[in-house]
Design a protein around this ligand. Structure first.
Ligand SMILES: *[C@@H]1O[C@H](CO)[C@@H](O)[C@H](O)[C@H]1NC(C)=O
Ligand SMILES: *[C@@H]1O[C@H](CO)[C@@H](O)[C@H](O)[C@H]1NC(C)=O
Ligand SMILES: *[C@@H]1O[C@H](CO)[C@@H](O)[C@H](O)[C@H]1NC(C)=O
Ligand SMILES: *[C@@H]1O[C@H](CO)[C@@H](O)[C@H](O)[C@H]1NC(C)=O
Ligand SMILES: *[C@@H]1O[C@H](CO)[C@@H](O)[C@H](O)[C@H]1NC(C)=O
Length: 456
């Protein structure tokens, strides 16, 4: 009898383990092709390898808007054929007061090809015809509740807005005027800070670790509850090829004196109320440094998109091509780096209320988890620090969003509508109850199974 018990436990234990994760996939854009059927072979392959949910690459908006219905049908058929959930970002042309208007649309299909969630947004706010329309989150047959978002949502809303969900589909490219907020860097850091999984056409990010290889399709096993990070949120230049460089003319900047940095240096740079402390020790391979470095601080509001400004606070170090630090504003050529930072410690006193802080690092080396630390501590201020050892960095620092400073753009009315909408959809109480019931149910199922097996 004891042996049977053990067997039951082992079997059940394994089943429970398996149930704690799910399989996600992301297909890289092969071309500018709008024909979704070109992805069918990969989708079928994903189905065969038991992928639960898959995201498709984005399309060119201008051509595809007329083919919305066709695309919906093709993707629905593919989801049914492969037996998995598929999410896509589509453009839909709608007729609006005798003008054609384009609507951005995130749409998710289940294993039967049925639409389970839709999130629509007009391309701009100058319209009376379309408004934001979303189901916010949706549940799956593998026990995971996903938040369905567009790229800019992670930048525009506080993480708490999304009700503590741990799994997100983020689709829909958006190019804000703040480079860092538009690229994969934010996806990765957001996932790291919030211990969340983000599945997007740009890649799959689990608690900061990126499952990205050169393949046409990335597949990753993700822990349903999110997990502790396995690697630090650091990007390589190759992952950021399309990202424009940061505009350092907005920052308070001090050039890094590499001579004293080689002996170990401490420097403070302040911008308004924000003071950033830099502790840096470098060593040089070769005789002459190939780059200069700027220590930078920024506190204020910046243009995010047309007519929209958002509050930011950052402390960071940037590599600049050429001998003259002032030319950092131009595009950094991702070249060879020969300054090794034996230690970087950047800290700042960020404003206490209503901020979200993200570590942002672009480095030429992979950095083990032990060589990276990111801490935030709230006293009478909000102190945050990032520490790195043994890395050649293009940029490293803390990027902060200061949501209080967004207030001056709220007069557009648009932001208000969005925030209220999300406050409602991702209401803590609603999601909390769902989680609570599910956890209870799982324990009940477990206990009952053991009981039944014991009777046999
Ligand atoms: C839908 O599938 C048909 C048939 O394969 C194809 O001709 C068409 O281009 C596809 N359209 C889209 C938008 O994927
Ligand atoms: C939207 O509706 C308002 C009031 O009905 C009207 O004044 C305005 O001109 C409309 N805007 C557009 C772009 O049609
Ligand atoms: C980094 O700086 C912060 C703030 O000054 C400090 O709390 C932390 O101990 C420093 N870490 C190291 C390794 O020096
Ligand atoms: C940060 O420190 C500086 C200098 O000590 C101080 O003037 C400033 O008020 C502090 N900022 C915040 C947000 O507390
Ligand atoms: C729409 O956005 C523009 C900037 O793109 C802004 O100036 C305008 O106030 C906004 N209008 C509404 C009704 O939100």
């Amino acid at each position: 009898m004891n042996f049977v018990y053990l067997l039951v436990f082992l079997t059940f234990g394994t089943v429970l383990c398996v149930q704690d994760s799910y399989k996600a996939a992301s297909i890289k854009s092969a071309n500018e092709n709008v024909d979704f059927n070109s992805y069918l072979p990969l989708i079928v392959e994903a189905g065969k390898s038991d992928v639960d949910i898959l995201v498709l690459p984005a399309q060119e908006k201008t051509e595809s808007a007329d083919k919305y219905e066709e695309a919906v049908k093709n993707i629905s058929d593919a989801a049914k054929k492969a037996g998995l959930y598929i999410a896509a970002h589509l453009y839909e042309g709608v007729q609006c007061q005798n003008k054609k208007e384009i609507v951005r649309s995130n749409i998710v299909f289940d294993r039967e090809g049925k639409t389970v969630s839709v999130y629509k947004k007009p391309m701009n706010n100058l319209t009376n015809c379309t408004s934001v329309d979303s189901e916010g989150s949706f549940k799956t047959d593998f026990g995971v509740t996903f938040g369905l978002l567009m790229g800019e949502d992670l930048a525009l809303y506080k993480p708490e807005t999304f009700g503590g969900l741990k799994n997100f589909l983020v689709l829909g490219g958006f190019v804000p005027q703040i480079p860092i907020l538009g690229g994969p860097q934010l996806l990765q850091s957001w996932a790291y800070v919030n211990r969340a999984n983000i599945i997007s056409p740009a890649g799959i990010y689990a608690s900061g670790s990126a499952a990205n290889n050169g393949n046409a399709m990335i597949v990753a096993d993700l822990n349903k509850e999110g997990a502790d990070p396995a690697s630090p949120p650091i990007m390589s230049p190759s992952q950021l090829q399309d990202s424009p460089a940061e505009d350092l003319s907005l920052y308070a900047v001090k050039p890094l004196d590499l001579e004293s940095a080689s002996r170990g240096l401490q420097e403070t740079v302040c911008h308004g109320q924000l003071c950033c402390q830099f502790k840096i020790k470098t060593k040089l391979t070769g005789t002459k440094p190939l780059h200069t470095y700027s220590l930078a601080a920024l506190r204020g509001d910046r243009a995010f998109s047309r007519g929209q400004r958002v509050g930011v606070q950052s402390c960071a170090i940037f590599a600049c091509p050429g001998p003259d630090g002032d030319t950092c504003v131009t595009q950094i050529e991702w070249g060879e780096l020969n300054v090794i930072f034996e230690q970087i410690n950047i800290s700042g006193n960020f404003s206490k209320s209503n901020t979200a802080l993200y570590p942002m690092v672009v480095a030429a080396d992979t950095v083990p988890l032990d060589n990276f630390k990111f801490d935030t501590k709230v006293t009478d201020q909000k102190l945050a620090s990032i520490e790195l050892t043994e890395a050649r960095v293009f940029s490293a620092g803390i990027f902060g969003r200061d949501f209080d400073r967004d207030a001056n753009t709220k007069s557009t009315g648009e932001n208000n509508a969005y925030s209220n909408f999300y406050d409602y959809i991702f209401n803590d109480d609603v999601l909390g109850i769902i989680d609570y019931v599910w956890i209870r149910l799982r324990i009940l199922i477990f206990v009952v199974s053991i009981y039944i097996l014991e009777m046999i």
